[in-house]
Design a protein around this ligand. Sequence first.
Ligand SMILES: Nc1ncnc2c1ncn2[C@@H]1O[C@H](COP(=O)(O)OP(=O)(O)OP(=O)(O)O)[C@@H](O)[C@H]1O
Length: 281
Amino acid sequence: MIEVRGISKRYGNLQAVDNLSITIEKGHIFGLLGPNGAGKSTTISMMCGLINPDQGQVLLNGNAPGIKETKHKIGLIPQSIALYEELTALDNLSFFADLYNLPASQKAERMEWSLAFVGLQDRAKDAVQDFSGGMKRRLNLAASLLHDPEFIFMDEPTAGVDPQSRNKLFESVFELKALGKTIIYTTHYMEEAEKLCDRVGVVDKGQLLALGTVDELIEQYGGESRVHIKSEQGEESFMTANPVNDLMTRLKGLTTVENLSLQRPNLETVFLNLTGKQLRD
Ligand SMILES: Nc1ncnc2c1ncn2[C@@H]1O[C@H](COP(=O)(O)OP(=O)(O)OP(=O)(O)O)[C@@H](O)[C@H]1O
């Protein structure tokens, strides 16, 4: 379990994270969503123990993230790819395995497992500079799994990857969940969060604006649905908070319905309702 208790971080005059609290259950996939500069990476860095909060506390299974026993339980997939381009996939993994101090008895087996897990076993001996963006992302994930961490932090893992690699990454995330891992996932893609996450938190300007399951957030912040009907009486569209009831009532007065659509709010609607439509840099 991860407990984030009132953490804050300031850079000069900028309050990057402001009194943020979240609890994440073991085995959950938690989505941290927010516009550019919202404070997601800073929050993740504090959760991993890479930077210390000015205030507040993070506990992973009751322990601070910076202590030795906890460090071994953390896997971080950073936003920018951290690999040596001129080395092969295997040599990259060997380098990271040594950084994690993996004992020789486990090293080869864990490297093999990690490569196979991300579907790159056939490319083990190829240099990373010849990999596609998606393959590099997957190898980045493999490198963070070598020491079999319990808490896995993924900071925009699908940025710049094609649909096939993205799909493979999703499968990997579900497999990690099935293995009992706790996963923290940041993304700008709302459909990813809808597909993957047990719960999500929406942050902006360092503050937590909403927390819950996707369905709970849509219920609370999604607003109305749009109904469109084409019938013998012509075309009509209306917004409603009770789309099914209102639709049934409206259909009673019609004999020929040519077309019907119901557009419910989704996580994207929630996100824009909470964080606004103003562009962020
Ligand atoms: N080391 C730093 N020094 C100064 N300001 C920083 C530092 N790190 C982050 N910031 C600022 O803190 C704010 C939050 O940054 P952060 O990277 O956590 O946001 P984010 O939600 O991860 O953004 P993105 O989606 O663009 O990655 C931003 O305004 C950023 O410019």
